[in-house]
Structure formats: structure tokens, C-alpha cells
Design a protein around this ligand. Structure first.
Ligand code: PLP
Length: 395
């Protein structure tokens, strides 16, 4: 990844189809669009690929999360269990739904720990929101079982894990709804885009309507459509869908290339007994967008991360200091004073995020380095990269 590395004639063709008709809207204009339905085609192909009955393509992964939460009836005061290692969008979506994010510990999968979830649920818990980080999976079978046993809604944030599977089943399809992102740096990109998938017809109907002001999309006349409820504009344009459609068709080739590149780097790192790899519950299902590993302690992780930068090994991440992905740096969440002031309405029911302690997650993320796996590396570039990484870790 990212998928833009492989832009080519396929993306151009799909976009030109749309420009040639001038119909950028994903609904209606039946005559003018000359049978070009890029968003619909994308939805059908992603549903088939993930093995679900329904898919709704929308403006972003963040929008997908908001749509999934709203469609599942999660709202004011409901508690949603979330991980402290994700992209801040997962937390924002919960807050914007009027619900309360409750943080649980992660484990060596870099995702929510099932025991960690069990430790924080309360009578107000309505949903569990595991995030399949960095291309691979949480212990999703255990989380699914826990949700079923306790009647919790399971919504998966699979925004970073398109194409990944657990025991042959697509991530994002274990709960009531799954969310994907096709933003500019994702495995397959629409430029900006996202999707929700589900097997539940009612949830799909809710999602399809909520993403477009509650319109029911029955019939051809938008002015006379039914209104199911109030919603928002989370629509995708046909141009974005067109790019994504071409990208989605390359997904298998992308996954194969990522797996090949990741395997080569990982094999080179096995010579270091002090390195422990991120736990992947089903290695075969890893989408291989990242290689993540643990150093023995925080100071060694910091040393390696800094030296990788100095050696010119780009696209390496030390998440513990990252403003977007780990709770330690989410000062805006801790202060709850965003410009929109939405979270302020929840101050009374929100935990004091400043005081939250997640020692296990701190210990794991403090020792973690992730390396992005690119599609475009030549064999020479890959070998040079491996040499630099090995030299850096040796110190
Ligand atoms: C885990 C996770 N959730 C949600 C999102 C939001 O996706 P988008 O950027 O498409 O809004 C991202 C984007 O990076 C993400 O990594």
C-alpha cells in the first residue's frame, strides 16, 4: 500500500466513463448516465468480495463509522468499548453519535484484548468497536463470542484492513456491521471514500438512508422520495467511486505483492532473537500492509525508530509518540474542548480521559515499531532497505 502507487489506465478509464456523461451524482439521472453506476458497481463487488449481502459506499471511513453507529441505534449516553490504539476517527465517530467511548486494553495483536473488553463493560455498554489495526486482526472470534453472549452490538473498524481475513472470513464481517476506508493512503483508494458492510437488510436500509438525509431511494424522483428519518450527507461522488472500482479490482495483486515484500523483511529480522513480532491470530489472512514488531523495551524501540529515520528508511512508525494513533497524544480528547463543542454535551457521562490508565497498552505500544509495506519497491530497493534495517537494529 498505498494503492495510488499502482494508478494506471484502469483508473483513468473508469474516471473518463464518468466525465464523459457529466453525471457525478450516484443517484438518479438514469438516461444521462449511460448506464454508468460506479458507486453501485463498487458496492456489488465489495459485497461479493467480503461475502456479505449488503454494502453501502460513502464519503470516508469516518463517515462509515458514523453511519454504522447511527444505523445500529447507538446514541446518547450509550457506552462503546474502543481501543486506545486506532486512528482518532474511531473515537470521534462515537462522540459524534452522542455516545461515550470507553477504553479497554489492547494485547499483542495491537487490537482490543477480549479480556480487556470484559474488564470495562457496564450496564450502559451497548457496543464493542474493535479496530483491526495495521492490516491485521484482533482476536475477533473471541470478541464475537463475547458480544453474542452478552447481547452487545459488534461493529468492526476494518478501515486499515481491507482484504484481510480470519479463518477465510473477511474482517469487517464478524459483527452486525463492518467499516472500511478508501482514503488517499489506503490499500485501495477512492481518493476519499468509505464503506459499511452488513448481512442485515434493516441495517443496510438504515445505512443507505442515513448517508443521504434519510431518503429511502425508492423511485426515480428525488423530490418525491420517502424520508425514513433525519440523516446527513455522507454520499460519495461517482468520480471517487470510479477510482475505487479500478483499485478494488487490483486488490488481489496488491495483497500478493505486499505479502511478498513483507515476507522478505520479516525473514531478515528473524536473525534478531530480541525482536518479537506482532501476534497475528491467522497469518494467512494478514493483508501485509505493515510489518509490526516489539523491541525488548521502550528505550531500545526509541533508539531503533530514531536510527531508522537517520538511515533513510522511510515509512517507519513509532506509534507511542504519534498524534493521530495513540491515546497518549490525544490532548484534544483529554481536554474535550473541540471547536464544534459536541463532546461538551457529554461531559457529565464521559470518563475523565486525562486520568485513564492503560499500562498494558502503554507497554506494548511503547515497544512497537511498524513499517509500511509499499507496492512500488523494486527488488533492488527492497534489498537495500533490508540491509539498512538490519544494520540499524544491530546498532
Ligand atoms: C482505523 C481507522 N479508522 C477510521 C479511519 C477513518 O477513515 P477516513 O480517513 O477514510 O475517514 C482511519 C483512517 O486512517 C483508520 O485508520
Amino acid at each position: 500500500m498505498p494503492g495510488f502507487e499502482w494508478f494506471g489506465d484502469e483508473e483513468r478509464k473508469e474516471v473518463l466513463d464518468v466525465l464523459d456523461t457529466g453525471v457525478l451524482f450516484r443517484y438518479g439521472f438514469d438516461q444521462a448516465r449511460k448506464n454508468n453506476w460506479k458507486a453501485k458497481a463498487f458496492e456489488a463487488e465489495l459485497a461479493k468480495r467480503t461475502g456479505v449481502r449488503y454494502c453501502h459506499l460513502c464519503a470516508s471511513g469516518t463517515a462509515a463509522l458514523s453511519i454504522a453507529l447511527a444505523s445500529s441505534g447507538i446514541g446518547a449516553g450509550d457506552e462503546v468499548v474502543v481501543p486506545p490504539f486506532t486512528f482518532i476517527a474511531s473515537i470521534e465517530a462515537v462522540l459524534n453519535a452522542g455516545a461515550v467511548p470507553v477504553f479497554a486494553e489492547i494485547d499483542a495483536t495491537l487490537c482490543l484484548d477480549p479480556e480487556g473488553i470484559a474488564a470495562v463493560v457496564t450496564p450502559r455498554t451497548k457496543a464493542i468497536l474493535p479496530v483491526h489495526m495495521c492490516g491485521s486482526m484482533a482476536r475477533i472470534d473471541e470478541i464475537q463470542r463475547f458480544c453474542k453472549q452478552n447481547g452487545f452490538i459488534l461493529i468492526e473498524d476494518a478501515c486499515q484492513s481491507l482484504g484481510a481475513t480470519f479463518n477465510g472470513k473477511a474482517l469487517g464481517t464478524f459483527g452486525q456491521m463492518g467499516c472500511f476506508s478508501f482514503d488517499p493512503v489506503k490499500t485501495a483508494t477512492c481518493g476519499e471514500g468509505g464503506a459499511v458492510v452488513t448481512d442485515d437488510k434493516d441495517l443496510y436500509t438504515n445505512a443507505d438512508a442515513y448517508a443521504d438525509h434519510g431518503h429511502d431511494h425508492i423511485g426515480n424522483d428525488r423530490g418525491l422520495e420517502g424520508q425514513l428519518f433525519l440523516g446527513a450527507n455522507y454520499r460519495i461522488s461517482e468520480l471517487n467511486a470510479a477510482v475505487g472500482l479500478a483499485q478494488l479490482r487490483k486488490l488481489d495483486a496488491m495483497l500478493a505483492k505486499q505479502r511478498e515484500h513483507k515476507k522478505a523483511i520479516k525473514e531478515a529480522l528473524t536473525q534478531f532473537p530480541e525482536i518479537e513480532f506482532r501476534k497475528i491470530p491467522d497469518e494467512k489472512g494478514d493483508s501485509a500492509t505493515f510489518l509490526s514488531f516489539f523491541l525488548p523495551d521502550e528505550s531500545e524501540a526509541r533508539r531503533v525508530a530514531a536510527d531508522l529515520g537517520k538511515a533513510g528508511v522511510d515509512a517507519c512508525f513509532y506509534w507511542y509518540d504519534n498524534n493521530w494513533h495513540y491515546i497518549r497524544q490525544w490532548h484534544h480528547l483529554k481536554q474535550l474542548t473541540c471547536a464544534a463543542r459536541l463532546p461538551l454535551t457529554l461531559l457529565e457521562s464521559c470518563p475523565d480521559y486525562e486520568k485513564i490508565e492503560l499500562p498494558r497498552s502503554d507497554s506494548i505500544i511503547g515497544r512497537t515499531i511498524s513499517m509500511l509495506i509499499k507496492l512500488s519497491w523494486t527488488e533492488d530497493e527492497l534489498q537495500q532497505r533490508i540491509e539498512k534495517i538490519v544494520q540499524t537494529i544491530r546498532g
